[in-house]
Design a protein around this ligand. Structure first.
Ligand code: HEM
Length: 249
């Protein structure tokens, strides 16, 4: 089957001065916690990092307490569970991979910590020449957005396996084990943003980019400063050279 190429979206975090839109990240977190976290964990993302999205310590504490985490076996060998605290990580809703796969038609939902960087899109000529010098980082969120908005009826003559859903954007097959997770008006936004599948998909993709790359803004700022420094330094070196050799033929 032909795999469709995801459309490139306009992300605020793209480009030299890219930055995250905190409002969008908060909406994306809402989509993740209300919808996706029923199946997908984020085992490298701790609750306390949510303070970077603009939440207070008390809010993060209250939020973490909604989750149950395992904390080692008790003397009798049974797992001890307790309410999560800010230093815990977004847990998996399943006890293990096997159970996760068993409840999802044989395919375990992947962990989301790095999913925005683990998936990408291929950019053809001429962009790929450019990509060698300036890697195109936004392919992950482009892909996630395309996947979430890309479910459709299979074309005539295409049979999909029982329990799988046709999606021409899915990178590894014609159909995947995840049913379309989003529908219009499913998550309530309190900032007036449209409650549509398209908007939810953009917001959750931006949130997943933040989860995978929380220091993106610092990294871009440092990169820019380094380039400015190198330019000034080159100028100084040139002037030094001129002055040192001023009396030589
Ligand atoms: C796979 C996103 C909700 C079950 C995936 C993948 C992404 C994703 C990006 C990886 C696709 C790939 O391998 O290229 C999301 C988002 C969700 C969401 C953003 C919330 C809006 C859910 C829910 C369930 C679920 C609620 C369970 C009911 C799965 C499964 C797979 C999967 C089983 C593996 C599919 C396969 O390999 O065939 N999801 N998901 N997802 N998701 Fe979700």
């Amino acid at each position: 089957y032909p795999i469709h190429k995801p459309e490139q979206q306009d992300w605020t975090f793209a480009g030299l001065f890219g930055h995250y839109d905190k409002g969008q990240l908060q909406r994306g977190m809402k989509v993740y916690t209300e919808v996706c976290s029923a199946c997908h964990s984020m085992e490298l993302v701790s609750f306390r990092t949510l303070e970077n999205l603009g939440y207070s310590e008390a809010q993060v504490k209250a939020f973490a307490a909604n989750y149950e985490v395992e904390d080692g076996p008790k003397a009798d060998g049974e797992m001890f569970t307790r309410k999560a605290v800010p230093s815990d990580y977004f847990p998996s809703p399943f006890p293990n991979k096997e159970a996760a796969a068993a409840s999802n038609n044989g395919a375990a939902p992947p962990d989301f910590s790095l999913i925005a960087k683990a998936r990408g899109i291929e950019r053809g000529f001429p962009q790929f020449v450019f990509d060698m010098f300036w890697p195109y980082q936004e392919g992950g969120p482009d892909y996630i957005h395309a996947l979430l908005t890309g479910y459709q009826d299979p074309p005539a003559g295409v049979e999909v396996a029982e329990g799988t859903h046709y999606n021409p954007y899915f990178a590894s097959a014609a159909a995947l084990a995840m049913a379309p997770p989003l529908s219009d008006d499913q998550v309530t936004y309190d900032d007036g943003a449209p409650q549509t599948v398209d908007q939810y998909s953009k917001d959750v993709s931006a949130f997943l980019m933040w989860a995978a790359e929380p220091h993106l803004e610092d990294r871009k700022r440092t990169g820019f400063m380094v380039m400015v420094f190198l330019l000034i330094f080159t100028g100084l070196i040139y002037l030094t050279k001129k002055s040192v050799y001023a009396n030589k033929e």
